[in-house]
Write a protein that binds this ligand. Structure first.
Ligand SMILES: [Zn+2]
Ligand SMILES: [Zn+2]
Length: 175
């Protein structure tokens, strides 16, 4: 959405509370194995700090991907802390000769392109590794079966006492 900042733009210290939930165009295409499957929710505010807009808050979105270790399809929630300074575009153009920094977010006139800031922050916050759970044991290197499901006996050479197998199951279930 384009946030109307008319009420704070001339007023240093002015603040607008934001609570939105919407699907972002920029997140509709999938990135590698990651695809976003929920709208983005954002709760926070934007403050005019001597002409620089400070956007702070928390964005949340759910995405689907596959576990790096066991290739299971998983859905994860991405929670992104947002803390961005947004500079008036015309001001950047004035200083462009000295400072060349394309990474800064800008606003122009009375509107702030909230979608762009949120999409950018979300896209740069996707973890490099995705696992279904921290201790996912992955796939058996011998037969390719999922170790977590005990679908194979490759590591069990038949030497394990069956009474201990029962005990192991008991301990795992009670963790
Ligand atoms: Zn896994
Ligand atoms: Zn195996």
């Amino acid at each position: 959405m384009k946030l109307d900042i008319t009420s704070i733009i001339k007023n240093s210290g002015g603040i607008i509370s934001i609570q939105v939930e919407e699907a972002l165009e920029d997140l509709k295409t999938s990135l590698g194995t990651v695809s976003f499957i929920s709208p983005v929710s954002f709760t926070g505010d934007v403050t005019n700090n001597n002409g620089i807009l400070k956007l702070t808050g928390v964005a949340k979105v759910i995405y689907s991907t596959v576990c790096d270790r066991c290739a299971e399809s998983i859905e994860l929630e991405l929670v992104v802390d947002i803390n961005e300074d947004i500079i008036e575009k015309e001001k950047i153009d004035e200083e462009a000769v000295e400072i060349f920094d394309d990474d800064r977010f800008t606003f122009s006139g009375n509107s702030l392109d909230l979608d762009r800031v949120l999409a950018d922050c979300i896209l740069t916050s996707i973890p490099m590794t995705q696992v279904c759970r921290e201790d996912c044991p992955g796939l058996c290197p011998v037969c390719g079966a999922k170790i977590s499901e005990k679908a194979c006996k490759c590591e069990d050479n038949g030497s394990t006492d069956s009474r201990f197998e029962v005990l192991k199951g008991f301990l795992i279930n009670n963790e």
